[in-house]
Unconditional design. Structure first.
Length: 134
């Protein structure tokens, strides 16, 4: 990993559907931190295919909140959003169940237009999968 990629502390790395910030590159492992502050020590031998995003000037991301009614679990909503091309890799979406089949979703976007694209992506995906309550 260290020889093939030009990774450095501060870069973002996607591993098993989650996004982590590289805190330290050590001789046999990476020290990673997720958005909630959880620490992951990841040995290089477990990396396999990973997606690396180079750190850049951080844009100001504002929360974008919307509601979803769907016959689906919170983790599936999160997985769909993580597959959305408009979701910021460094800021994981937050999903809170309000009641059975009703969720409050918080995503982060540089502007309202991108936030609306995130919402539209999720709603369209749920509709295609037949999971959205009408």
């Amino acid at each position: 990993f260290r020889l093939d990629k030009e990774a450095e502390a501060g870069d973002l790395l996607s591993y098993q559907g989650r996004t982590y910030k590289i805190e330290a590159i050590r001789s046999r492992s990476l020290r990673l931190v997720d958005n909630e502050g959880s620490l992951l020590i990841l040995p290089y031998r477990l990396l396999g295919e990973v997606a690396l995003t180079k750190a850049a000037e951080s844009a100001v991301l504002t929360p974008f909140i919307f509601s979803v009614e769907a016959a689906i679990a919170e983790d599936q909503i999160e997985r769909y959003l993580n597959e959305c091309p408009w979701v910021a890799p460094g800021q994981a979406p937050r999903i809170r169940q309000l009641e059975e089949g009703r969720y409050e979703v918080t995503t982060f976007a540089p502007d309202e237009q991108i936030g609306e694209r995130q919402e539209r992506y999720l709603l369209d995906r749920l509709r295609r999968e037949g999971l959205r309550k009408e």
